[in-house]
Every structure is written in C-alpha cells, then in structure tokens.
Design a protein around this ligand. Structure first.
Ligand code: NDP
Ligand code: MG
Length: 396
C-alpha cells in the first residue's frame, strides 16, 4: 500500500518543530510513510497525530504517561511504548529520514542511535551538536549517515554553500532577532519575568528556545553549532542583530561576495528543505514583498547585554567537553529561571560559574570519544549547575 513512499520518523512530534513537520507531510500526500512518532507529556496530541498519519508506533518519553497513551490508542492498530529505552528502540526502526526535534539533551541519544543506523538525520535538536558535535559528525561518516541542518540559520548557510568549496569561505554571519527583550533598558533585564522573555517578536517556537532567544543563549548555541557543523574556525563566525528576522544567515567568500539567505520567519522553509532534500518542492511559506519590507536593519550585539555570546566563544576555544557542560548548565539555569528561583540575568552567571567549577573536576579540553562520556559530562555539569543555582539568593 505504501510502496515508493519514503519512510520517516519524527522525534519530538508534539512540539513546535514536530507539528510543523507533520503539517508539511500532510501537504505531500503519497510521499511519506510515517513509521514512529514520539512525544513527551502531550499524549493527547501524540495519539491524535499517530492516528491521523497511520503511524506504526507512538512513543512517549515518560513511563508514567504510557497508560493514558495506551488507552487513547487502544483498537487503532498503532503500537505504543514508553520510556527512554523505547525511544532508542524507535530509532532502530528502519526508515529513510528521521526528524530530531526533542528539546534539550534528551534528544541526543535517540538522534545518535539513528545516525549509527546510517539514517538521514534532520537535526533541529541543536543541543546534540553543542554537546557532542565532533562525535556526531565522525559517527555519521563512519556509518554512512547524513546530517541535514534544520535550524533556520544553519539551513540558510547550508543552502548558500551548495556547489561551493568550504575552503573559499571567509566568514559566516548568522543573524539574531534579539528576542523579546531586545529593546529593554539594560538595567531592567534583571527583573524580566518568564512571561516577558517568553514572547518572541517574530518566531513562533517552543517556550524554552523562545527564552533562550531573549537571553541570546540560543544564538550562543548556534555559534557553536556553526563551528561544529561547517568545520570553520570560531574567528570566522559572527552574529549580528537583525530585528526583522528576514535575512537568516550570510556567507562571505574570499572573493568578497556575500551571499544572503532571505525568507519570512517560518520554520516550514528549513524543515521542508530538509524533508524534501535534495529536491526543492513548493512550500507553504509566504513570499517576501521586498518593497513592502522597505528596510532591513543590522546592528552589532552588545556583550554586556548578552554575556552568553562571550561564553560561547570561550567554549569554542576550549572544545572537548566544554560544549556538553555549557548546554547542561544552560538547561539547569533555564529551569531555575522558569521556576522563578533565579533572575533572567543570573542564567549566564550560573553557566559561567559551572564552567569554572567543573574545570576542577575534569579536564575540559579532553576530546570526547563516546556518547557515554558526553552523558557523564552532562550529568556532572547538571550537579554543579544546580549547586550554582542553589548558591544564589532567592529571586523576587
Ligand atoms: P517544543 O518544546 O515545542 O517541543 C519539544 C518536543 O520534545 C515535544 O515533542 C516534547 O514532548 C518533547 N520532549 C520534551 N521533553 C522530552 C524528554 N525529556 N524526552 C523526550 N522528549 C521530550 O520544542 P521546539 O519544537 O521548539 O524545539 C525542538 C528542538 O528544535 C529544540 O532543540 C530547539 O532548540 C530546536 N529548534 C527549534 C526551533 C523552533 O522554531 N521551534 C528553531 C530551531 C531549532 P511534549 O510536548 O509531548 O511533552
Ligand atoms: Mg535558529
């Protein structure tokens, strides 16, 4: 019945990227056969989508959510499973293409497993590259797997590099909207609430990445992601504030040419490019009206406002386990902010102090050669980061 269709699985199907991926699949009837869908707590959405696309398997990452999922899918013919081991088993199911869109370090192991199976991995989960970039890339080569970027900036760079020699690249510039607090006075940032930081001016995304956009931790992660994915030197990577989010990235070549990728802020472009790759298909994104846009602004980001950018530079310089520590500490700091335990500007302090503290435990420069080592480093960094959160006065 499903002959000739490309088999796909979506990890993090209930999230913002996952839902957009399903939207694109629904618009390409007859092209894609959905094998596994995974989610977390939102089992109602997961069950609804699994039935709609006639998935073979629906997995919730949480054991305690499995009974409800099982009940919701009883009699539908969709197989159900729950827990971390079930996520890995889902990654073993033979498919042609896997979307990695779980949020946070939890996305690392399932994506890694798919790579080891030699799949094409559409990578939205930037945490994977930040925590384990060199390992992921070497495993992809070893197992004949392909990684396609889904982050809009990296998709833009990837597209600008088609047919080009990476040796001819002088610099890569990724743009940043500046997030929801872009125009706040510097002194007011310490008092920003979750609600303030959770409203993005241009993009509609999950809550965590939206707050990371306001703090620029998202862009900091993306600087590291750029270094790892394209193999360029940190000095070749720049970021610039571009409030309109129309230009996603620019690639500068040694002959002076600067190639920009433009588009409306709609993730379905980058997701669709990775889904249909290497074909370019018609996508349901708005077409830009340049005359209506009239102006595109750019300005250099201020390091005092965005300490995360400075920290990312230090992490790129150190290499080794620094990325895994940076990512884990950032996740713990964000949890602390979401819980109202620390303030908005405390997040970068927690990350910086965790990087300093953990340097007493392990040699951060050491190359990480296994997934287990990445996960151990992540685990230790979380312990140290929680200590840093606890050491801070309760935020009001
Ligand atoms: P969302 O928060 O919207 O969705 C996250 C997904 O992960 C949901 O399916 C969620 O399940 C699932 N999930 C949550 N916790 C766990 C866990 N512990 N184990 C397994 N699954 C879990 O995130 P986004 O879609 O915004 O982002 C996904 C990834 O893509 C992130 O890495 C983000 O940085 C990246 N990205 C996102 C962009 C965007 O526009 N949204 C742009 C570029 C990159 P449930 O909701 O059912 O609990
Ligand atoms: Mg991005």
């Amino acid at each position: 019945m499903k002959d000739g269709m490309r088999k796909v699985s979506i990890f993090g199907a209930t999230g913002s990227i996952g839902q957009n991926t399903l939207d694109l699949i629904a618009r390409a009837p007859g092209s894609y056969d959905v094998v596994a869908l995974t989610g977390g707590r939102n089992v109602v959405q997961l069950a609804r989508d699994a039935v709609a696309v006639q998935a073979s398997l629906a997995v919730t990452a949480f054991d305690d959510a499995l009974p409800v999922l099982r009940e919701l899918l009883a009699g539908t013919g969709v197989e159900v499973a729950g827990g971390e081991a079930a996520l890995l088993e889902a990654a073993d199911r033979p498919v042609d293409w896997v979307m990695s869109a779980i949020v946070g370090a939890a996305g690392l192991a399932p994506g890694f497993r798919a790579l080891v199976q030699g799949r094409t991995l559409a990578l939205a989960n930037k945490e994977s590259l930040v925590a384990a970039g060199p390992l992921l890339l070497s495993q992809a080569v070893r197992h004949g797997a392909t990684i396609l970027p889904v982050d809009s900036e990296h998709s833009a760079v990837f597209q600008a590099l088609v047919g080009e020699d990476i040796a001819a690249v002088e610099r890569i510039i990724i743009t940043a909207s500046g997030g929801g607090l872009r125009d706040w006075p510097l002194q007011a940032l310490a008092r920003a609430t979750v609600q303030d930081a959770g409203a993005h001016p241009n993009w509609d995304m999950g809550q965590r990445i939206t707050i990371d956009s306001a703090s620029m931790f998202n862009k900091a992660m993306e600087l590291i992601e750029t270094k790892e994915f394209f193999g360029v030197r940190p000095a070749q990577i720049q970021t610039i504030i571009h409030p309109q989010s129309i230009v996603h990235a620019l690639v500068g070549f040694r002959d002076g040419a600067l190639m920009a990728h433009l588009g409306p802020p709609d993730m379905r472009h980058a997701i669709g490019y990775a889904l249909h790759y290497p074909e370019r298909r018609v996508l349901p994104v708005a077409r830009l009206d340049l005359a209506a846009l009239a102006t595109l602004e750019f300005r250099a980001p201020c390091d005092t406002r965005y300490p995360a950018l400075r920290l990312a530079r230090a992490v790129m310089q150190t290499g080794g386990g620094a990325g895994a520590v940076f990512n884990a500490a950032k996740e713990v700091a964000l949890d602390g902010f979401l819980a109202g335990r620390i303030g908005f500007m405390d997040m970068s302090g927690v990350v910086e102090d965790t990087l300093d503290a953990i340097a007493q435990d392990i040699c951060l420069h050491d190359v990480i050669e296994t997934l287990e080592t990445v996960l151990q480093t992540d685990h230790l960094a979380r312990i140290r980061a929680r200590e840093q959160v606890a050491a801070r006065p309760t935020h009001r």
